[in-house]
Design a protein around this ligand. Structure first.
Ligand code: ADP
Ligand code: ZN
Length: 288
């Protein structure tokens, strides 16, 4: 079976074709320009691929409510050209195949749950720390939606004692994304994040904010695994720092075996950088 995957990001679109076992046959990456420029290119690609269904994981916020008139549209994004754009409708009118639709991060969480680091559990949180911060949540084996969908990058944070950095989120005084995304690191230290590997104070601060967010996700969602991806997490020295701080911040309150083996609880992705397209393929395979 040939299944299509579209990982629609704010800077690039990843188009791929694979099968239900997670084998990827073909992929192409194109820059995200305006819908008028980018959508015809996407449609032409999939029209030549003989796909049976298509999974779309899209930057947000998006309308996931099937009863809504704007189901399948992008909502109030700062990317003005894409605001209120009916991405799923446009694809459906051109391709005429069953389609699955979710947030980019839920797509990644599905990919990790189906094929990667959360294959053996029923619930997980996938956190991406890159240009933005987002979380995808699997609860009882399914991606979590709700009134809109989780926006875990914008949870309010307590400030690290002594930290006077001004949050860069235009909407919030002190949220996770505004304090700890790649651009926040660059603003805080005046250098590209990847040039700061040998500065322990950078990762001390970064791991403190990431740990605080993870403790909140654990308290609220009680996931059985936490997967950390995105460009910033290429700094793998963060993992032991985050694990130690999560344990410190929980401060004995939770007794669960996962915390005794925390290096296998808070982990790097099992799908490399492919969890997004693999999640799209898994979601679309379910429709057949
Ligand atoms: P996006 O979030 O745009 O999809 P990424 O997940 O690659 O893409 O995130 C890009 C961000 O991650 C940038 O802010 C960049 O500075 C940061 N980043 C990329 N590679 C590294 C690295 N090796 N170390 C630290 N930060 C990195
Ligand atoms: Zn925010």
């Amino acid at each position: 079976m040939r299944i299509g995957a579209l990982e629609a990001g704010g800077t690039k679109m990843v188009l791929a074709v694979g099968n239900e076992e997670g084998k990827i046959f073909d992929r192409r990456t194109i820059p995200t320009r305006t819908p008028e420029e980018t959508m015809p290119e996407i449609i032409r690609y999939f029209q030549g691929q003989h796909i049976a269904s298509l999974g779309v994981a899209c930057f947000g916020p998006i309308d996931l409510n099937r009863k809504s008139e704007t189901y399948g549209s992008i909502l109030m994004t700062p990317k003005l050209a894409w605001r209120h754009y009916d991405i799923l409708g446009t694809l459906g009118n051109a391709l005429h195949v069953p389609m699955a639709f979710d947030t980019d991060v839920n797509g990644s969480a599905v990919g990790e749950h189906r094929f990667g680091a959360a294959k053996d559990v029923d619930s997980c949180v996938y956190i991406t720390i890159g240009t933005g911060i987002g979380i995808g949540v699997i609860a009882d084996g399914k991606p979590l939606h709700g009134a809109l969908h989780p926006e875990g990058g914008h949870i309010m944070m307590g400030k690290k004692p002594g930290d006077d950095f001004k949050c860069i989120c235009p909407n919030h005084d002190c949220c996770f994304e505004g304090m700890a995304s790649g651009p926040a690191i660059e603003k805080r230290w005046g250098m590209k994040a990847y040039e700061l590997s040998d500065r322990p104070e950078v990762w001390e601060t970064e791991s403190w904010y990431i740990a605080q967010a993870i403790v909140d996700y654990i308290m609220i969602l009680s996931p059985q695994r936490i997967i950390l991806g995105g460009g910033v997490m290429k700094q793998t020295q963060l993992f032991p720092m985050i694990c130690a701080k999560v344990k410190e911040m929980i401060h004995g309150y939770l007794v669960m075996p996962e915390l005794d083996d925390i290096e296998h609880y808070i982990v790097s992705p099992g799908c490399g950088d492919d969890q997004g397209i693999l999640g799209c393929i898994a979601m679309a395979a379910e429709l057949l």
